[in-house]
Design a protein around this ligand. Structure first.
Ligand code: F6P
Length: 551
C-alpha cells in the first residue's frame, strides 16, 4: 500500500465514529461539498468525508497521476494498452475547432463527415425522401445491437422521449432470445420499418442472428430488393457489412478508437438522432463537450468527475462497499442503471493492473438501481436498514417534462430529498422510543418494537440536480460518468477500455452450440452435458404432447 492509501485507511478508521448528521450540520459544508457546473448542481454534502478526506483523496490522485493519464487520453495516446488503442470518445462530441489527434492524425474531419451523413439521413427519414421499398414513409426505426451498441441508444432515446420527432419512433432489439425481435416487431408494418444494424465489429453472434431474422421478415413481406431501403448499418467493419448484404453507401462508419460502451456519441447513436432529430442530437453532444472541457481544464479540487471518481474509490476500498445504487427520480432515466452497469462494470470489473500484476484493491462496484419512487417500495428497505452500506446516487430535475397541476411532480421531488436525508440521518433508539410513547403505546410494546424501527443513518449519497432532462443535460450527465469511471480506473491502475472477461463465455457458447442443436453430443463439462441432455429430454416431452394433441 502506498503512502496515500495508508493515510486514507487511517483517516477512514477515525471517521467511522463520526456521524454524517454532524458533518452535514457544519454551516460551511456547502463551500467544498456543493459543486455547480453550468446547469448541473452536484451535492456531495451527504458523504462520509471531511475537508481532510478530500485533501487525502486529491493526494492519491496526484500519486496515481490522474491528470497526466487524463491528458494522455485527450492527446490520443494508446491508453487502452492491452488493445494498443486510444480512447477518443471526446473527439465524437468535440464541438470546438480544436483538432484531436489519434496517434498523430487529426480525427475531426472524419468525425464531421460521419455527422454530416447522419444529419442527411435523419432529415431524409423525417421529410419522407427516404422511403421504404414500396414508397411509403418510414415510421419506425429498429436498432439491432447489444451491449454498447444498444444500451446507450436505448437509455438516451428513452431519456429524451419528450423530444421525439412526431411521426417516427425508435425501438430496440438486443437479446438473441427470438421473443425480443418477435415482440418488438409484432405490431409493425415491414413497409414502414427500417432496421439499423449496430455493431462495432459486425461479428457479434447475437446481433448478426437477429439481423438475419429481421432480414427474413422484410424479405418475406417485400422481397429481396427491399433490403437496401430497409437496412442501414453502423460499424467499423465495411467488409462484413457488405457481406451481410448492406450497401456500404448505407453504412455509417466509426473507428476502433471508440470503445463500445463509449460509443453513443458516434454513429451508434443514429437511432437517437432519428428519434429526436439531428439538431437535438447535437445539443446532446454539446452538453457532453462542456463536461469534457471541465474535466480537461478544471484543477483536480474543482474537477467534478475527479472528485466523484475518488469518492467511489474511497467507499470501495476504505469502507469495503461492494455496490452503488443508481436512483434516478426521473422516469425517463429508467434505463440509466442498466447503462451505467455496463459503463462501470465492463470498464472497471478487472483484477489485473496495466503492468500485469494483480490489483491490490477492490475494483468496480456492482452498479444497480431503479427509478424512484418505485425502488422505495422494493429495495430501499435494505438501503436504510440492511447490514451493508450502499452509497446512492440520486438524480432529480427541478421541473418535470410533463407539467401537471396535480402536484405529482412535487411529490417526486419531496420523496427524492427525503430518501437522501433519511439515509444520512436515520433515527436512533431514543427518538423512536419517544415517538412510540407519544403515540400512546405501552412500555412493553415500545421495548419490543423500537429496535426494529431504528434507522442507523450514516449512509452516503450524491444528489445531482438539473433544471429539466433535455438533450444537453443528458449529454452532461453521461459524459460526467464516463470520466468518473476513467478516474476510478486510473486510481486502480487498470485498463478501463478493454473487456477480456467476456471472451471465454462467447467461446464456450460456440463450442456448446452444436450439442444444443443436436448436431453433436458431449460438448462442455459434466454439468453442461447433463443440462444439455435435460434440455433435449424436455423438448422431446413437449413434442410428444404436441403430437398427441394433433393425433
Ligand atoms: O461482449 C461485450 C462487447 O464486446 C461490448 O463491449 C460491446 O459493447 C458489445 O459486445 C457489442 O459489440 P459490437 O458492437 O461489436 O457488436
Amino acid at each position: 500500500m502506498s503512502d496515500a492509501w495508508n493515510a486514507l485507511a487511517t483517516h477512514a478508521d477515525q471517521l467511522r465514529s463520526v456521524s454524517l448528521a454532524s458533518l452535514i450540520d457544519d454551516p460551511n459544508r456547502c463551500d467544498r461539498f456543493v459543486r455547480q457546473l453550468g446547469e448541473l448542481h452536484v451535492d456531495l454534502t451527504r458523504h462520509l468525508a471531511t475537508n481532510e478526506t478530500i485533501d487525502l483523496l486529491l493526494s492519491l490522485a496526484e500519486e496515481r497521476s490522474v491528470t497526466a493519464m487524463r491528458d494522455a487520453m485527450f492527446a490520443g495516446e494508446p491508453v487502452n494498452t492491452t488493445e494498443h488503442r486510444p480512447a477518443l470518445h471526446v473527439a465524437l462530441r468535440n464541438t470546438s475547432d480544436r483538432p484531436i489527434l489519434a496517434e498523430g492524425h487529426d480525427v475531426m474531419p472524419a468525425v464531421h463527415a460521419v455527422l454530416r451523413k447522419m444529419r442527411k439521413f435523419c432529415n431524409a427519414i423525417h421529410d419522407g425522401t427516404w422511403t421504404g421499398a414500396s414508397g411509403r414513409r418510414i415510421d419506425t426505426v429498429v436498432n439491432i445491437g447489444i451491449g454498447g451498441s444498444d444500451l446507450g441508444p436505448v437509455m438516451a432515446t428513452e431519456a429524451l422521449r419528450p423530444w421525439w420527432s412526431s411521426g417516427i419512433r425508435a425501438r430496440f432489439v438486443s437479446n438473441v432470445d427470438p421473443s425480443h425481435l418477435a415482440d418488438t416487431t409484432s405490431d409493425l408494418d415491414p413497409a414502414t420499418t427500417l432496421f439499423i444494424i449496430a455493431s462495432k465489429t459486425f461479428g457479434t453472434q447475437e446481433t448478426l442472428a437477429n439481423a438475419h431474422a429481421a432480414r427474413r421478415w422484410i424479405v418475406e413481406a417485400l422481397g429481396d430488393e427491399a433490403v437496401s431501403r430497409h437496412f442501414v448499418a453502423v460499424s467499423t467493419n465495411a467488409e462484413r457489412v457488405e457481406n451481410f448484404g448492406i450497401d456500404p453507401e448505407n453504412m455509417f462508419e466509426f473507428w476502433d478508437w471508440v470503445g463500445g460502451r463509449y460509443s453513443m456519441w458516434s454513429a451508434i447513436g443514429l437511432s437517437i438522432a432519428v428519434a429526436v432529430g439531428f439538431d437535438q442530437f447535437e445539443r446532446m453532444l454539446e452538453g457532453a463537450h462542456e463536461i469534457d472541457c471541465h474535466f480537461r481544464d478544471a484543477p483536480p479540487a474543482e474537477n467534478i468527475p475527479i472528485v466523484l471518481g475518488l469518492l467511489d474509490c474511497w467507499y470501495r476500498d476504505c469502507w469495503q462497499c461492494q455496490s452503488r445504487a443508481v436512483l434516478p427520480y426521473d422516469q425517463h432515466l429508467h434505463r440509466l442503471p442498466a447503462y451505467l452497469q455496463q459503463l462501470e462494470m465492463e470498464s472497471n470489473g478487472k483484477r489485473t493492473r496495466l503492468d500485469g500484476s494483480p490489483t491490490t484493491h477492490g475494483t468496480a462496484f456492482v452498479v444497480w438501481g431503479e427509478p424512484g419512487t418505485n425502488g422505495q417500495h422494493s429495495f430501499h428497505q435494505m438501503l436504510h436498514q440492511g447490514t451493508t452500506m450502499v452509497p446512492c446516487d440520486f438524480f432529480i430535475a427541478a421541473e418535470s417534462c410533463e407539467p401537471t397541476e396535480d402536484g405529482r411532480y412535487d411529490m417526486l421531488v419531496a420523496n427524492c430529498l427525503a430518501q437522501a436525508e433519511a439515509l444520512a440521518r436515520g433515527r436512533d433508539l431514543a427518538q423512536i422510543e419517544g415517538a412510540l410513547r407519544a403515540s400512546g403505546m405501552d412500555e412493553a410494546d415500545v421495548a419490543a418494537l423500537a429496535p426494529h424501527k431504528v434507522m442507523p443513518g450514516n449512509r452516503p449519497s450524491t444528489t445531482m440536480l438539473y433544471k429539466r432532462l433535455d438533450p444537453a443535460t443528458l449529454g452532461r450527465l453521461i459524459a460526467l460518468h464516463e470520466h468518473r469511471v476513467f478516474v476510478q480506473g486510473v486510481i486502480w491502475g487498470i485498463d478501463s477500455f478493454d473487456q477480456w472477461g467476456v471472451e471465454l463465455g462467447k467461446h464456450l457458447a460456440n463450442e456448446i452450440l452444436p450439442s444444443v442443436t443436436g448436431a453433436t453430443f458431449g460438448s462442455g463439462d459434466a454439468t453442461t452435458q447433463h443440462l444439455t441432455a435435460r434440455v433435449h429430454a424436455l423438448r422431446n416431452e413437449l413434442r410428444a404432447v404436441a403430437r398427441r394433441c394433433v393425433g
